[in-house]
Design a protein around this ligand. Structure first.
Ligand code: AMP
Length: 475
């Protein structure tokens, strides 16, 4: 049953503590978004909440604001090696953005917040947890490593947030999450967010939540309606030239270009450089520092074109993105929706252009089925060359590399492979790039992994991260 509440139309009506209200004014937040209007009163009242909402709907504030308010109501110093709030997110980038949001909304509160993400050494994370923190934002694998290394105890967690649960499932994190939940106190408040609610996710929510209130905003397919979408059908080999031409011709403020593979992202950047277009790439093979630098340049608008793989781009929230270009079509239709949702942020107009080679037509059909829209298509294929197109991949076909998505990725699923619905790789030239899903590297739990050394904590949004030990916002 969906909760029906009288939706509040101004932040004042929530009765949030004064330092939080002040921060919201400074952030220029006047009207709560629908997910905020629904979630905040329930969370303030102490209810568990299941929210169906995508990134871009304002869901971060919908959990961060009530949690900050409730922390303030009961100010206690966190015990050593504990946290009061645990936020689990699937990727490093999203985790960094969530931490930034807590720090922004909590800037007038004496709050300690930290980030525990994989792909960087653990030592500093370990040291900063020594004194305990109010808010810890973590990716599941690194969190388990910290717990298993006795750097963190989860016995004092009062608030648990699980963000982008469906993405966690995609990335094979569900077993890790179950392990983490088993270590948490039963008496806690849990806020659970997912863009979609497949059966496995509904079961996970059932397992984690107590009598949850359910809220939902804008189904995936209607979010995309605001975005001006089109498809260019072309020969695979023509993609680099067509992309360069688009970036030169279109009226683009900033463009986010998606490739399915890390190698593909690097190739696109090189191809654009040859065409005289500056671009940079982020993906799991780039160092954390590099990714943060590139993202910071993209956020400030200094970098106009960013090429990214799906996982690296997850959570990128840059209002200036006027265009999303799918250099490769994704083999999971929901990924298309996530990708194009990077544009048309904050009510702005957005354009999404997909470059579709013959072998990707099956992916396009899946996407159109999901969004229930037949996308306008422009045919730029070489006449005659497509008379005998490469057959589309079989449903459910997987490559050998697909069975081991972590092998070259930036996140190793700890258990199951990727989701069943994912299609195999196209049979065409893209195959030479492999079809490894870009995911974050993660050591084996309890094993040698990276060992308990080193760590990084991200800094505020819109700034390149500095690897400081613990993050205290302005007071
Ligand atoms: P999220 O879905 O949490 O990633 O938020 C998407 C974007 O909307 C972020 O840039 C937020 O800073 C912004 N945002 C969230 N809530 C509001 C609000 N009530 N008013 C204006 N901007 C908001």
């Amino acid at each position: 049953m969906m909760e029906r509440t009288n939706l509040l139309t101004s932040f004042q009506e929530f009765g949030l503590a004064d330092p939080i209200s002040r921060a919201l004014k400074e952030e220029n937040y006047h009207t709560p978004t629908p997910i905020q209007a629904q979630t905040i009163p329930l969370a303030l009242a102490g209810r568990d909440v299941v929210g169906i909402a995508q990134t871009g709907t304002g869901k971060t504030a919908s959990f961060a604001l009530p949690i900050l308010h409730r922390l303030l109501e009961n100010r206690i110093k966190p015990a050593s090696k504990t946290c009061r709030v645990l936020v689990l997110s699937p990727t490093r980038e999203l985790s960094g953005q969530i931490l930034d949001s807590f720090n922004a909304y909590g800037r007038h509160i004496h709050l300690s917040a930290a980030l525990a993400i994989g792909g960087v050494p653990m030592g500093r994370q370990v040291r900063s947890l020594m004194g305990g923190v109010d808010v810890l934002v973590a990716t599941p694998g690194r969190l388990l490593d910290l717990v298993q290394g006795n750097a963190l105890k989860l016995t004092q967690v009062e608030f648990l947030v699980l963000d982008e649960a469906d993405r966690m499932l995609d990335m094979g994190f569900i077993n890790d999450i179950r392990k983490i939940v088993a270590k948490l106190p039963i008496k806690r408040q849990t806020l659970f967010f997912s863009a979609t609610m497949p059966k496995d996710i509904a079961e996970l929510a059932e397992h984690m939540l107590r009598d949850p209130a359910r809220v939902a905003v804008t189904p995936v397919s209607s979010t995309v309606e605001r975005i001006n979408q089109r498809v260019i059908q072309l020969d695979h080999s023509a993609k680099p030239a067509v992309l360069a031409q688009l970036l030169k011709d279109e009226n683009i403020n900033q463009a986010l270009v998606f490739t399915r593979t890390k190698h593909g992202a690097d190739k696109v950047v090189k191809g654009l450089a040859r065409a005289g277009i500056t671009a940079d790439a982020i993906h799991g093979n780039k160092s954390q520092n590099y990714r943060e630098r590139v993202l910071a340049a993209f956020r400030t608008g200094e970098l106009r074109t960013l090429v990214a793989t799906d996982i690296a781009a997850r959570g990128i929230d840059v209002d200036g993105v006027s265009h999303v270009v799918n250099f490769d079509l994704p083999n999971i239709p929901e990924t298309y929706v996530h990708r194009i949702g990077r544009t048309a942020r904050a009510g702005a107009e957005g354009t999404a252009i997909s470059l579709c080679a013959g072998e990707e037509m099956a992916y396009l059909r899946d996407i159109e089925k999901l969004i229930k829209v037949s996308l306008p298509k422009e045919d730029r294929r070489t006449p005659g060359a497509h008379a005998n197109p490469t057959p589309p991949p079989h449903r459910g076909q997987r490559s050998a590399t697909h069975a081991h998505p972590a092998r070259n990725g930036d996140a190793a699923p700890s258990s199951k492979g990727p989701r069943r619905r994912r299609r195999g790789p196209p049979a065409g030239p893209a195959r030479s790039d492999g079809n490894r899903h870009d995911a974050a590297p993660r050591p084996q739990h309890g094993g040698n992994g990276e060992g308990l050394q080193g760590v990084a904590f991200l800094q505020r949004k819109n700034r390149p991260a500095q690897p400081t030990a613990q993050h205290r916002p302005h007071r």
